[in-house]
Each structure stands twice: as C-alpha cells, then as structure tokens.
Design a protein around this ligand. Structure first.
Ligand SMILES: NC(=O)c1ccc[n+]([C@@H]2O[C@H](COP(=O)([O-])OP(=O)(O)OC[C@H]3O[C@@H](n4cnc5c(N)ncnc54)[C@H](OP(=O)(O)O)[C@@H]3O)[C@@H](O)[C@H]2O)c1
Length: 243
C-alpha cells in the first residue's frame, strides 16, 4: 500500500537551488509546506528562489561553495542548530563540461568529480544521522541520462554521473531497512542555464522542463511504498546527445 506523506513543516536541503532544476524543486517542495535550506554560491539567485516560493521566511538562504570543506561544515551547523534535523536531502548542484577528451585537463576531471559525485557522497554521509531521526527520510540525487550512456566530449561529466548512480544504488540498499529512501532522477536535456551554456547548438524546443523533474522529486518525497525506486529516468524524444 502506498502511503502519502504530509510534508508540512518538514525540513529540506536543496543544493543548486538558485536556478534551473534546483529552483523548480525548491518551489515544488515549498508548495508541500516544507521549510527549506537553499544552497548555492550566488546569494542573489537563492534570495530570488526564496521570494518565488511566496514563503521567504520559511526559507534559509545558504550561499556556500560546496567544493570548499568549510562550506559543508557551515551547512551542517545550520541544519543542526537552526533546523534541528533534516527530512529531505536533494543533491542537485552540478556542472557539465562539453570538451574533447584530450582537451579535458586533470583539473577539469577533478572539479567535475568533486562537485557531481564527491559532494553528494559527503552530504549523504554527514546528514545520515539527522535523517535517521526523521519520520520521512528521503535522499534524492539528480543524475543524468549520461549516468548510463557516454556521449562524445563528455567523458568527465559521464564519469561523474556514473559514479553518482553507483553510490545511490549502494546507499539505497544499505539504509532501506532503516526507512531511509534514496533515489536518483536522471533526466535527458532539461531547459536550464546549464544546457544553454554546454550545448548552445541545441534548440530549447521539446526539451524537458525543470518543473517535470520537480514533480517527480515531490512524488518521491511524498510517497512511500515497499518497492525500492532506485532511479527514475526521463528521456527526451529527440535523439541528440545531451548532458
Ligand atoms: N539541464 C540539463 O539538461 C540536465 C540534464 C541532466 C542532468 N542535469 C543535472 O541537473 C542538475 C542541475 O542542473 P541545471 O540544469 O539546473 O543547471 P544550473 O541551472 O546550472 O544549476 C546548477 C546549480 O548548481 C549550483 N552550483 C554550481 N557549482 C556550485 C558549487 N561549487 N557550490 C554550490 N552550488 C553550486 C549553481 O549555482 P551557483 O552558480 O550560484 O553556485 C546552480 O544553481 C545538475 O546536477 C546537472 O548535472 C541537468
């Protein structure tokens, strides 16, 4: 039997909440009545997201660079001190790189692996003790169709999303018995700043909208059954390789 959860007053953390998919998820989870910590580097973008929710006083704006160790320490301090816990973690912040393999530097590779795979690992690890105290603990990692495929010129990005998928599946099994649900949503081309920068050659027409991803995130956070939903993939009908 599928249980529908009421998330009113529950606490969420969304990384990359200042734009694109992260902003859409923030707006959708705010509609469910959640209090949210909004993370990203640009305070202005996060403040705009908070305003768009219509409940800015329930939103915590945390301008933090997740690739800096101090950034994650600051987030933990706020979660423990101000929120006194966490119910839903959304690892969404990420970066893409559309560059030929031989022109992809080791620094590029490390940067992408750090933000797209290591940061979610660290955030999952550090927040598990808070999630264990929640009545509806959920982790949602934003992957990509590139977690399965390997598009030319995207070796580092593809490696990072493959790594994130592996971690998600393993963690989902490890904590299922404790009631913690761990999911990955893997979209194809979504119309956001990221795709406009990485693939300026593509037309926005027919792309997935950030709100479609947000609706799935809201479903995963509000529904609970016996099945393990380790991953939801959203494909676009067109055949071009995306990010
Ligand atoms: N768009 C697509 O077609 C597509 C397809 C599949 C998967 N995805 C995935 O969806 C997720 C969101 O992407 P998007 O398309 O919504 O792109 P986006 O609008 O560029 O969002 C990325 C967000 O991550 C934040 N961010 C980047 N580096 C950060 C850092 N070091 N510390 C903290 N925050 C950081 C950015 O905010 P600041 O710049 O202010 O830090 C930004 O809000 C990514 O994981 C991406 O890989 C996107």
């Amino acid at each position: 039997m599928l249980e529908k959860l009421d998330l009113t007053g529950k606490r969420g953390l969304i990384t990359g909440a200042g734009s694109g998919i992260g902003r859409a998820i923030a707006l959708r989870l705010a509609e469910e009545g959640m209090k949210l910590a909004l993370v990203g580097r640009s305070a202005d973008k996060l403040v705009r997201t908070a305003a768009l929710t219509g409940r800015p006083l329930d939103m915590l704006v945390l301008p933090v660079d997740l690739t800096q160790p101090r950034g994650i320490d600051d987030i933990m301090r706020i979660l423990e001190g101000h929120f006194k816990g966490l119910d839903v973690l959304v690892n969404n912040a990420g970066m893409a790189l559309n560059r030929p393999f031989e022109e992809t530097s080791e620094e590029d590779y490390d940067r992408i692996m750090n933000l797209n795979a290591r940061v979610p690992f660290v955030l999952c690890k550090r927040t598990l003790k808070l999630l264990r105290q929640s009545e509806c603990p959920t982790i949602i990692n934003i992957g990509s169709v590139v977690a399965h495929d390997g598009y030319a010129r995207q070796a580092a990005y593809a490696a990072s999303k493959h790594a994130l998928l592996g971690m998600t599946k393993a963690l989902a099994k490890e904590v299922y018995g404790e009631g913690i649900r761990v999911h990955m949503i893997s979209p194809g081309g979504v119309y956001t700043d990221m795709i406009a920068i990485a693939r300026p050659d593509l037309s926005p027409e027919g792309m997935i909208q950030p709100e479609e991803v947000a609706e799935l995130a809201a479903y995963l956070a509000t529904h609970r059954g016996g099945a393990v939903i380790d991953e939801i993939r959203l494909h676009r009908a067109a055949k071009e390789p995306f990010i």
